[in-house]
Design a protein around this ligand. Sequence first.
Ligand code: PGA
Length: 310
Amino acid sequence: MKQVTLHQLKVFEAAARHGSFTRAAEELFLTQPSISMQVKQLSKSVGMPLFEQVGKRLYLTDAGKELLTLSRDIFDRLSQFEMTVANLKGLKQGQLRIAAVTTAKYVIPRLLGPFCHRYPGIDVSLQVVNHEVLLERLQNNEDDLYILSQPPIATDLVCHQFLENPLVVMASADHPLAQEQNIPLQRLNGEAFIMREPGSGTRHAVQELFDKHKIKVKVRLVLGNNEAIKQAIVGGLGISVLSRHVLALEGANRQLTILDVEGFPITRHWYVIYPASKQLSVVAQTFFDYLIDEGKTIAETTDALKITSN
Ligand code: PGA
């Protein structure tokens, strides 16, 4: 293993991530035969095959999976070291990788704005995924920080709450219930409803409330995208439950309204989390502290992020 080079590990990581030598070659501006050669040499040093091919796709062998974890650790540690050196030089710079659940995409970019102005040397990549995919990314140690509403209980995590995320019932402005107040939850029985996809944290929270009160809505459509759900509501396909933040940029001329239903808003919060065993890079620690210290204040003073009822 001592002959293994960082270049080979980088090539291997890209091939494993894409499940394809061709795509890895495109990403790294190399040729497909040179990727294949690097992986071959790496397998030789390991003494076991790293991939197996089924049809056109490559799958990692058990040794390959172990090596992928090791490679990611090595690159993590190297980039942490780079950031530490930059920090010693008085610069905050490096790569910040964040994964956030879909509804947080209405908030995190707003908070990132002032942060990136303050630290122009920090490059940010933001992955927006649903709750289930975010947990997979956490498991695979793919990002520095994770933003979600329901931190898993079982895992050993550092976890801080930083902002409110109320879930509300949204309907089109001309919905028959739009003008009513104190609508009993039971009135939602049989309502045409647009549901988020399985694996969504929003769906989980809604389902939990409905199950508890034995509410049976009529699910007309399952959609994995909050923007598409808003369009479907306006299109008259039904009501839905979404984070109030998805109305952030709706403006005054709203075609959507929030129904005043008993039991709502479902009070939730966003948390920023990372595995307790992970040593945060300087850059990730800086963003973590920023979210905790200033996230709330910025959200409260940014018009589009204010949580006001309509
Ligand atoms: P979701 O998560 O995008 O998976 O619905 C949102 C949340 O958990 O608040």
